[in-house]
Design a binder for this molecule. Structure first.
Ligand SMILES: Cc1ncc(COP(=O)(O)O)c(C=O)c1O
Length: 370
């Protein structure tokens, strides 16, 4: 009998969420962002599940792109951070990758070669994120230089929004105005929208959109939007109760004795810890589902285990199913966003944080995760 902790990935939910992203922006092409191992879901498996519907994918590096190529993905793959060294350019050309360009050294490197086939380039504007990209003033010269070079294929303009998830964001509108001004000057096709912009900012939809987190069913707008409420969780992190302790009132549970029982208590031990990627910042009270019913973390998360208060769940026992997030038994769910709040983080870090020792099982929505 194996350790009961595992991750289940619902590929049918992934396809449903992808179709929802397309429905939000029917005039755009929607590429699927599968960087960081598809936000922890397994990049190749996710790309394969979307291969017959997604016209392109996006990753953070050539290494991530090659995982897809070696697994048989033939669509264009966009390198969102571009290349890190000029020596990558031949591979980019040969493998049919598209590259972001955000710095002058990258322009020089591209223009020093005559790549065949030419490499499509997404020129990145810094419209206010102040992370990667060219300033609004200097970008026309970059565009024209690249446009004139035979080793460069079709050009797109891209930018990234800092606050698209804030529904009344003046800063978002400032960034949008900046990129729209450049788009008009250059008459450029654009790719601007991440998940929240795909969901709620139609004015930011371009020739391409590039949603990530929404594909995995974590709502970047936390239920504030009709479309995003229809997202389905893709990842379920599931384990079991492996021991139950009866503990008197006033006893301390786990490292540092952080949780102190206020009544005679039943404490369940769950096979899941920070050595699996579960966030050690989870406070007492962080929700879990035990056989589909809510229970609370009680005590600090340790490397391989965590403790939950089962006092109000007398039927829970060794072998009870524990859902850390995702789909529980009998149609129950625990939103990863809710867990993230208790860990003072966001769904992105919880999903990408699950470590390789946790086995991933893929299914297509017809299988009851129980
Ligand atoms: C450049 C870029 N585009 C798109 C995305 C996808 O964003 P989201 O997961 O919020 O949809 C990211 C995510 O970090 C990104 O860095």
């Amino acid at each position: 009998m194996a350790r009961p902790l595992h991750v289940m990935i619902d590929l049918d939910a992934l396809r449903h969420n992808y179709r929802l992203a397309c429905a939000c922006a029917p005039l755009s092409q929607t590429l699927a962002v599968v960087k960081a191992n598809a936000y922890g879901h397994g990049a190749l498996a996710c790309a394969q599940a979307l291969a017959d519907v997604a016209p392109a994918f996006a990753v953070a590096s050539i290494e991530e792109a090659m995982v897809l190529r070696e697994g048989g993905i033939t669509q264009p793959i966009v390198l969102l951070e571009g290349f890190f060294d000029a020596s990558e350019l031949e591979v980019i050309s040969r493998e049919g990758l598209w590259t972001a360009v955000h710095s002058h050294w990258q322009v020089e490197a591209l223009c020093a070669r005559h790549l065949d086939p030419p490499v499509p380039v997404w020129v990145k504007l810094d419209s206010g994120m102040h992370r990667l990209g060219f300033e609004e003033q200097g970008i026309d010269a970059v565009w024209q230089r690249l446009q004139a070079h035979s080793g460069v294929g079709e050009l797109h303009l891209m930018t990234h929004f800092a606050t698209a998830d804030m529904l009344d964001s003046a800063y978002f509108k400032r960034q949008l105005a900046s990129v729209m001004a450049v788009r008009e000057r250059l008459d450029a096709p654009v790719c601007l929208a991440n998940s929240p912009a795909t969901l709620v900012w139609p004015e930011a939809h371009g020739q391409w959109n590039r949603p990530g987190i929404m594909l995995y069913g974590a709502d970047p707008l936390e239920g504030n939007n009709d479309m995003s409420r229809r997202l389905r969780p893709v990842m379920t992190l599931q384990s079991e109760i492996i021991a139950v302790r009866e503990v008197a009132s006033g006893e301390r549970i786990g490292y540092g004795g952080r949780f102190v029982t206020s009544r005679p208590s039943r404490i369940g031990v769950v096979a899941c810890g920070y050595g699996d990627g579960y966030d050690r910042h989870a406070v007492d009270g962080t929700p879990v589902l035990v056989d589909g019913l809510r229970a609370k973390v009680a005590g600090k998360v340790s490397m391989d285990m965590m403790t939950v208060d089962l006092t109000d769940l007398p039927q829970a026992d060794i072998g009870s199913t524990v859902t850390l997030w995702g789909n529980g038994p009998n149609g129950t769910t625990l939103d990863v966003n809710e867990v993230a709040v208790y860990c003072d983080t966001i769904s992105y870090t919880l999903l990408t944080g699950i470590l390789p020792r946790v086995p991933r099982r893929y299914y297509d929505g017809h299988h009851d995760p129980q």
